[in-house]
Design a protein around this ligand. Structure first.
Ligand code: AMP
Length: 146
C-alpha cells in the first residue's frame, strides 16, 4: 500500500505510455489514490518561432484534435475518467509541474529512456521534471533494454 493520494502520470502517447500507467496503478493499488494523466502539445511556434513566416494555426488545431482523440482512446483503454484527463499546450516539463501544483498531486510518474552519449547531453523530459520537483517523481524505465 502506498501513501500517495493523487498521482499525475505524464504520457507522450507512445507505446511506452501503457507501461507507465500500469506502473502508476501498481503504486496506487491498495490506496485510494486518484490517478490523473496529462499530455502536453508543444506549439509549433516553439520549434519554428519567427524563422518561418507562416500561420501555423490550422495545423496546430489539427494536431490538437488528433492528440485529443488519441488521449481519449488511451484513457478509455486504461480506465481513466474523463475528469482526470488533461491536455495542455506548452513545454512538457513546465506544464507537468504546473498541473501537479494545481492538483496538489503528491507523485508524478514519467517514462525515462536510458540515454547515452549525445542524447544524454541533450537531456530529457524526465530530467526536466525531476529538476526542481517539489514532490516525489517516479521515473519508469522505458525503451529498449541495454
Ligand atoms: P522523453 O524524455 O521525451 O523521451 O520522454 C520521457 C517521458 O516524458 C515520457 O515517457 C512521458 O512520461 C514524458 N513526456 C514526454 N513528452 C511528453 C508530452 N508531450 N506530454 C506528456 N508527457 C511527456
Amino acid at each position: 500500500m502506498s501513501d500517495y493520494a493523487k498521482i499525475l502520470v505524464a504520457v507522450d502517447l507512445s507505446e511506452d505510455s501503457n507501461r507507465i500507467v500500469q506502473r502508476a496503478r501498481a503504486v496506487a493499488s491498495g490506496a485510494t489514490a486518484e490517478l490523473h494523466i496529462i499530455h502536453v502539445i508543444e506549439p509549433l511556434s516553439f520549434a519554428y518561432g519567427g524563422d518561418i513566416p507562416m500561420d501555423f494555426s490550422g495545423i496546430q488545431d489539427e494536431i490538437y484534435q488528433q492528440a485529443s482523440q488519441q488521449l481519449q482512446r488511451f484513457a478509455e483503454s486504461n480506465g481513466v475518467d474523463e475528469a482526470h484527463r488533461h491536455i495542455v499546450m506548452g513545454r512538457p516539463e513546465v506544464e507537468i509541474h504546473n498541473l501537479a501544483e494545481e492538483l496538489h498531486a503528491d507523485l508524478i510518474v514519467v517514462g525515462s529512456h536510458g540515454r547515452h552519449g549525445l542524447a544524454l547531453l541533450m537531456g530529457s523530459t524526465a530530467n526536466g521534471v525531476l529538476h526542481g520537483a517539489k514532490r516525489d517523481v517516479l521515473a519508469v524505465r522505458v525503451g529498449a533494454p541495454d
